[in-house]
Structures are given as structure tokens and as C-alpha cells.
Ligand binder design. Sequence first.
Ligand code: Z5A
Length: 208
Amino acid sequence: MKLGRFITLEGGEGVGKSTNLRFIEQLLAERGIEVVVTREPGGTELAENIRHLLLAKHHESITPEAELLLMFAARSQHIQHVILPALSQGRWVLCDRFTDATYAYQGGGRNMDIQTIAWLEQAVQGDLRPDLTLLLDAPLETGMLRVRQRGLLDRFESEQLDFFERVRQAYLRRAGLDRQRYKVIDASLALPEVQEQIVKAVDGLESV
Ligand code: Z5A
């Protein structure tokens, strides 16, 4: 049984997910809402180990199929041990990336079959879907510049520009299919303006 609300933050590299995750956490706390903040891949001990495997650079290349299955293996642990228990206790869950990232990175970026992703989604999640997905969208150069200023790049961040363009387009396509659940936020604006859009989207969810 699900009582709390499930909010996910999505978008490409450096669009401000982590920054705005902290902002939303504070916003909800001010309204007296108990919130669990978490991330994917990760969120449990085992899932964080899988995250490390996925982000590190290895001598052996990871096949797209292995990457996809590892994402869902981590997600299964995360859902059963963190997300569902919190929601069933009435707490809200705020998650940095979820299955939309799989559609965008493995589906869009790696050109993997969408039906296979949809099958795994159903098998691992059952009916669980986010109540609200904030898609932080910005031109590639904006996010890339922010990430590169940070220093060393992980395995995903080392991909080519056309990979990230496919990821961005896949996100926007999905958002276009369900305007109720997705709110596209213009993340190229200055932070106060980005956060103004976020407050509106979260207010919309609260009043539902
Ligand atoms: N992945 C996948 O392939 N499939 C899946 O199913 C899932 C994930 C779940 C996880 O990385 C990787 O896993 C990810 C996709 C893949 N690939 N990559 N890369 P992650 O989510 O942990 O890392 P990330 O996307 O690379 O996040 P990030 O680089 O940390 O970016 P961010 O959280 O969106 O940005 P930030 O740290 O909040 O902001 C970056 C900088 O910009 C920082 O200095 C801020 O102060 C600054 N900033 C933020 N907003 C603004 C504005 N509005 N103006 C100016 N400056 C700003």
C-alpha cells in the first residue's frame, strides 16, 4: 500500500539534480513533510556497490545488456528495501534519477530495445511509478561545462556528445507522452528561477 508521494529528478549531466534535490528536501521539510532522499543507481548497500561497478572505468568493457541488468538489479534492491517501506509508512521519497534514466541512457543513449526495458520495468517495479518527475532540461554545453569544471569524469561522463544528445531527446520524448507526471524545468536559467519553477511543480503535486 502506498501512502507517501514519490518524486524523481531527471536530466543530463550537470543540469543541477543534486543541487535541487537539497532544495526540495528543505522545501518539504518546511512544510512538515517527512522525506527520504535517495538516488539511483544506489540507495542501499548492495545497490551502492553496483553503482560503483557501473560508474568506474574497467579494463573490460561492460556490455549494454550487462549495464541494463545491473541498473535493474540495483533498482530491485532499492525499491524493496528503501522506497516501498518509506512510501507505505506515509513518507515521501525524493530520488535522484529512476527508471526514466534507463529509458534515456540505455534506451536513447545505447539504443537498447525499449520493449525490453518496459518488460524489466514491469517485472521489477510492478505498479510503482513516480507521482511527479521533474525533468531538468538544458542544452548539452551548459551541463557539460558545469561537470567538466568539477574535474575527473566517470564512465558515463566520458561518452561522446552525440550520446548525450540522444539521452536528452529520449528524456524530452518521454516527457511529451505524459504531461501530468513530467514537469520540464528550464535548467539553463539562474538557480532562483529554476527553483521558482520547481516550487510550482511541487505545489501542484501537494494540492492533488
Ligand atoms: N544512469 C543510467 O545510465 N541509467 C539509469 O537507469 C540510472 C543512471 C539510474 C549516475 O550519475 C549515472 O548513471 C548517470 C546516468 C547513469 N550518468 N552520468 N553521467 P549521477 O546521476 O550521479 O551523476 P550525474 O548525472 O552525472 O549528476 P551530476 O553530474 O552530479 O549532475 P547534477 O546532480 O545534475 O548537477 P549538480 O551537481 O547539482 O550541479 C553541477 C554544478 O552546476 C554545481 O557546481 C552546481 O552548483 C552548478 N549549478 C547547478 N544548477 C545551476 C544553475 N541553475 N546555474 C548555475 N550553476 C548551477
